[in-house]
Design a protein around this ligand. Structure first.
Ligand code: SF4
Ligand code: SF4
Length: 81
């Protein structure tokens, strides 16, 4: 499960993140931020794979991607014997 968040107050609406998202889940909001731009935001958050492409391409460090890591706890092969 991944979660993507945007610091909308810093977004200048360049839409680079929209272009690179393989899931096509980034959209422009229907309002303007304090800079006068329509900030990027995400729809259908559950479809985010956590690929981080959007965060990497953003020139203004607007996007943060969090990804849940599955931790598997078990015994090593030597301990099983
Ligand atoms: S992390 Fe990947 S899938 Fe998720 S919104 Fe960004 S580009 Fe799209
Ligand atoms: S790449 Fe960054 S600045 Fe450009 S629209 Fe996306 S979030 Fe906003």
């Amino acid at each position: 499960m991944a979660r993507v968040t945007f610091r909308e107050d810093r977004c200048k609406g360049c839409e680079l993140c929209k272009l690179v998202c393989p899931q096509k889940i980034i959209i422009s909001a229907d309002y303007v931020n304090s800079l006068g731009f329509r900030p990027a935001t995400v729809k259908e958050q559950e479809k985010c794979t956590g690929c981080t492409l959007c965060a990497l391409i953003c020139p203004d460090i607007v996007i943060e991607v969090e990804k849940e890591v599955e931790v598997v706890v078990g015994k090593s092969i030597n301990e099983r014997q």
